[in-house]
Design a protein around this ligand. Structure first.
Ligand code: NAD
Length: 321
């Protein structure tokens, strides 16, 4: 399934998620929710893109797809994308990768993030996240320099692992966690303290960077937080939007996830420019994440609202053009 939430600012871009759902209703709900989030992510980042999303639904009772069946499913998805005539541009997401995009590209030209284009978005998401961490530290401590700051990174995957490296290079003292024990190696290389995900989330640190799954800010973790700020890549960090007020009441600054993790989509957008993909331009553009956050923090302070409310208002304003 493909959801096109908005084309007000340009073609609807959003990754193709291959995931297990209990039923089609749950998958439709997810694709609609995610497509709306993409509209706001692109609008707040100031990109000439709308919001869309693709979902290939796997069934819980089904054995893993054989390579032949996976290829056939991806080709069907490619036909669906092609039928939308460019209103929707696909990309990789949870459960899909570059080789899958190559298969989809056999059926439609409306595919981004191929090795011949902007490639894997994760390193760019990590750069954008590091810029977001600096902008958030700057707001709380008056300086964005991570040197000597204690920072917890949860999830050392493609984005979190690179973010941890960048923060280590910047002189931060790291506390890290991942459910995958093989990530201990990276922790050791960075001289980081290894702990479990809940302890990292509630550690006494300057900033927590959630870079694994969504829903990590919930009724259990929010009252136990001991950090001053939160800025990370994980999508949908708030289990419920109302938790943001509780976080703010506790004097903790939360940088909206969809602003922090826009680096990947900003990088993809460079490949859609008439002059084609250029990594130097991508890096310049990704660094704009810091300016977006500063605008949002300023607006929240000026209007007495939270960063999420200010970010959504900025998105609405940009959608109106
Ligand atoms: P990834 O799969 O490469 O890494 C996720 C890491 O989190 C893995 O190492 C995994 O073992 C770990 N993990 C899973 N469950 C965990 C848990 N409960 N506690 C601690 N660690 C756990 O994914 P990624 O590409 O690095 O993406 C990370 C997050 O950032 C996701 O929420 C993703 O939606 C979001 N995001 C990624 C991009 C991108 O460009 N890759 C862009 C925007 C948003």
């Amino acid at each position: 399934m493909v959801a096109v939430h908005s084309t007000a600012r340009g073609p609807a871009l959003g990754g193709c998620r291959m995931w297990t759902y209990d039923d089609a209703r749950a998958a439709v709900r997810d694709v609609l929710r995610l497509s709306r989030a993409m509209t706001f992510k692109a609008a707040v980042a100031g990109l000439p893109l709308g919001g869309g999303k693709g979902v290939i639904m796997l069934r819980p009772d089904e054995p893993p797809l054989s390579p032949e069946r996976r290829e056939a499913v991806l080709q069907d998805f490619g036909d669906t994308v092609e039928a939308l005539g460019g209103d929707y541009l696909t990309a990789e997401d949870v459960g899909t990768g570059e080789p899958d995009m190559e298969v989809i590209a056999g059926r439609t030209s409306h595919v981004t993030g191929l090795a011949t284009g902007s490639g894997d978005p994760s390193p760019w998401t990590a750069i954008g996240c590091e810029v977001a961490v600096r902008a958030t530290l700057e707001r709380v401590f008056g300086t964005g320099d991570p040197s000597g700051r204690r920072i917890a990174v949860i999830g050392l995957g493609s984005v979190g692992g690179r973010l941890a490296e960048l923060l280590h290079e910047g002189g931060a003292e790291l506390v890290v966690a991942d459910v995958d024990q093989s990530k201990r190696e990276l922790a050791e290389r960075l001289g980081a303290t290894w702990t479990d995900p809940l302890s990292a989330m509630t550690a006494e640190v300057d900033l927590v960077a959630p870079c694994a799954l969504g829903g990590v800010l919930n009724d259990e973790t929010v009252p136990a937080l001991r950090c001053k700020a939160i800025a990370g890549a994980a999508n949908n960090q708030l289990a419920d939007d109302s938790l943001e007020a509780q976080i703010a009441e506790r004097g903790i600054l939360w940088a909206p996830d969809f602003v922090c993790n826009a680096g990947g989509i900003i990088n993809i957008c460079v490949e859609l420019e008439p002059s084609g993909y250029d990594p130097a331009r991508a890096e310049t553009n990704v660094r704009v994440v810091g300016d977006s956050l500063r605008t949002i923090f300023d607006s929240a302070a000026a209007t007495g609202t939270t960063p999420l409310t200010a970010a959504l208002a900025l998105g609405q304003e940009r959608l109106r053009g």
